[in-house]
Design a protein around this ligand. Structure first.
Ligand SMILES: Cc1cc2nc3c(=O)[nH]c(=O)nc-3n(C[C@H](O)[C@H](O)[C@H](O)COP(=O)(O)OP(=O)(O)OC[C@H]3O[C@@H](n4cnc5c(N)ncnc54)[C@H](O)[C@@H]3O)c2cc1C
Length: 497
């Protein structure tokens, strides 16, 4: 994939748009699958590494129409089964073909509350697009109908045209529900429970609500104005959001029920505890967890050195350890903060990388260098305790492990030193431990994730949980899916009380 400027993409789309409009009604499936997949217009890589604005612009109306026309409306619709929340994909795509964007977004919202967010960050290539018939016909799942881009198109259209309505609230019931954590899981529960007329109070540890989509995923991939709109909608629905409130410290979880009179509680506290390598030199100055680095940059605006309360020092050469989307976000943020060289160091190959293909392509366009089949052995420091390099060891791939990916095997004696002054560790996250440590009867598994039943109910009566705190570090759409299940359970519990 090489960069094509948005004007060229739009010219091609306009041409196709007028051709397709003329034969719209008699288009055969063969002709539909022959329509080229519409590239996502994006900022010029040389310009975007100097700003924080969103990298992708989103489809124009012509591009959306052309892409939607690639859908053959197959009867078995395998894409719907591939979607964790079962969105009626053929129907919303058909509405785009007709030009009825409001109808399209309304169809999506029957199953997913946050389409502008999911359209941007869902890993569609391993969900709805993986099973798309068009991709199968073309024998390349990367050529499936670009369902995520179409979802984003109609969701953005709705936000830009001010048609986003505040959901109707049933008459007040006088019952109170506490939501702990304001990420996608908490947002979903808050909306679904409030709609039933219950009082909802959301408690958030940080000074800004939104969870990882605010403090973790960078502005250039997930503009914060979109999350702000969702949070404002919740407030318009009457949800009270209390920030700087750390449940487990400010108030114990059980106190919310026993002392504060909440009838039910949902815990959606996420997986915010970074894992480290446990190697020599990891506590040197200049070693960050990706969580710290991204939170400082996104939430505390650390890149704005003149104004930020906690600016990040100017690093020149940065190694990022890991190959997932957190690693890509950290590397691309480091580039924007001004590092001259940014290296991704990953112990397998690009094929095994969990990051999305699009993110890897964007990172490469932005000049990030990939050191594959390598890992850190120790981090080297000077006499002031600052990072001056990283000793790496090389790997080769062996037999597949439990995850099905080929196991990386160390090549003895292959040590080399990478010249860096900063190391960002992005090798995964565990669940936040505070609530587990401060709630006596809450049952968790060996990784510290809360154990729930199929209704998202925990071991404690009237306490429910979902999202990353249950699943381990997962995805936005899975967190939302669990939020939906938990809200349904809470609503039926309160209906019977
Ligand atoms: C850098 C990064 C990039 C990612 N990229 C993607 C992506 O592209 N696509 C994708 O689908 N997923 C991505 N993810 C994962 C995704 O963001 C998470 O799976 C999702 O946000 C989980 O939602 P959640 O509601 O369970 O928790 P979170 O979003 O983590 O929200 C939990 C909230 O609870 C608050 N909290 C924690 N403890 C307490 C407490 N004791 N009291 C009060 N509040 C508390 C936290 O401050 C936080 O705001 C990414 C994650 C990271 C870190």
């Amino acid at each position: 994939m090489s960069y094509i400027d948005p004007a060229t993409l739009q010219q091609e789309a306009i041409k196709l748009y007028s051709e397709l409009k003329q034969k719209e009604s008699e288009l055969k499936n063969k002709e539909r699958t022959a329509i080229p997949q519409q590239e996502m217009p994006a900022q010029d890589p040389n310009k975007r590494i100097k700003n924080m604005s969103e990298v992708t612009y989103g489809y124009t109306a012509e591009q959306a129409y052309v892409e939607a026309m690639r859908c053959i409306q197959c009867k078995n619709a395998p894409c719907v089964n591939g979607c964790p929340v079962g969105i009626n994909i053929p129907e919303f795509v058909k509405s785009i073909q007709k030009g009825d964007y409001q109808e399209s977004v309304d169809i999506i919202k029957q199953n997913s509350l946050l389409p502008a967010i999911c359209g941007r960050v869902c890993p569609q290539e391993v969900q709805c697009q993986e099973t798309c018939t068009v991709g199968k016909v073309l024998k390349d799942k990367n050529l499936s109908v670009a369902i995520g881009r179409l979802e984003r198109f109609v969701a953005d259209w709705e936000q830009e045209h001010g048609k986003q309505s505040v959901p109707k609230i049933k008459p007040e019931t006088g019952k109170k529900v506490a939501i702990v954590g304001s990420g996608p899981a908490g947002i979903t529960v808050a909306a679904d429970v409030r709609r039933e007329g219950h009082t909802v109070v959301m408690f958030e540890a940080f000074h800004k609500p939104g969870g990882v989509i605010v403090y973790g995923i960078p502005e250039f991939r997930m503009p914060k104005r979109i999350v702000d709109i969702e949070m404002k909608t919740l407030e318009k629905m009457g949800v009270e959001i209390r920030t700087n409130f750390l449940v487990g410290r400010t108030r114990k979880l059980e106190d919310l029920i026993e002392k504060d009179g909440f009838d039910a509680v949902f815990v959606g506290t996420g997986a915010g505890l970074p894992r480290f390598m446990n190697i020599e030199g990891e506590n040197l100055v200049g070693v960050f967890s990706a969580n710290e680095y991204l939170t400082r940059a996104n939430l505390m605006k650390a890149y704005d050195r003149q104004k930020a309360d906690t600016p990040i020092f100017q690093a020149k050469k940065i190694a990022v350890l890991g190959g997932g989307n957190v690693a890509m976000d950290a590397a691309r943020m480091a580039r924007r903060i001004g590092a001259e060289k940014v290296y991704i160091v990953y112990r397998r190959t690009e094929v095994e990388m969990p990051a999305r293909i699009e993110e890897v392509a964007h990172a490469k366009e932005e000049g990030i260098e990939f050191h594959l089949l390598k890992n850190a052995k120790r981090i080297l420091g000077d006499d002031k305790g600052c990072v001056i390099g990283m000793e790496c060891i090389s790997y080769e791939l062996g037999e597949p492990d439990d995850s099905g990916r080929r196991r990386p095997v160390i090549i003895e004696g292959s040590e080399t030193v990478l010249d860096v002054d900063t190391v960002i560790v992005a090798i995964g996250n565990d669940s936040n431990p505070l609530i587990r440590q401060t709630t006596k009867d809450l049952v968790t598994n060996k990784w510290g994730n809360i154990i729930v039943d199929e209704n998202c109910k925990t071991s404690i009566d009237r306490i429910y949980a979902g999202g990353d705190i249950v699943l381990g570090a997962a995805t936005v759409i899975l967190a939302m899916g669990q939020g939906r299940t938990a809200a349904k359970s809470i609503n039926s519990l309160l209906a019977s009380r």
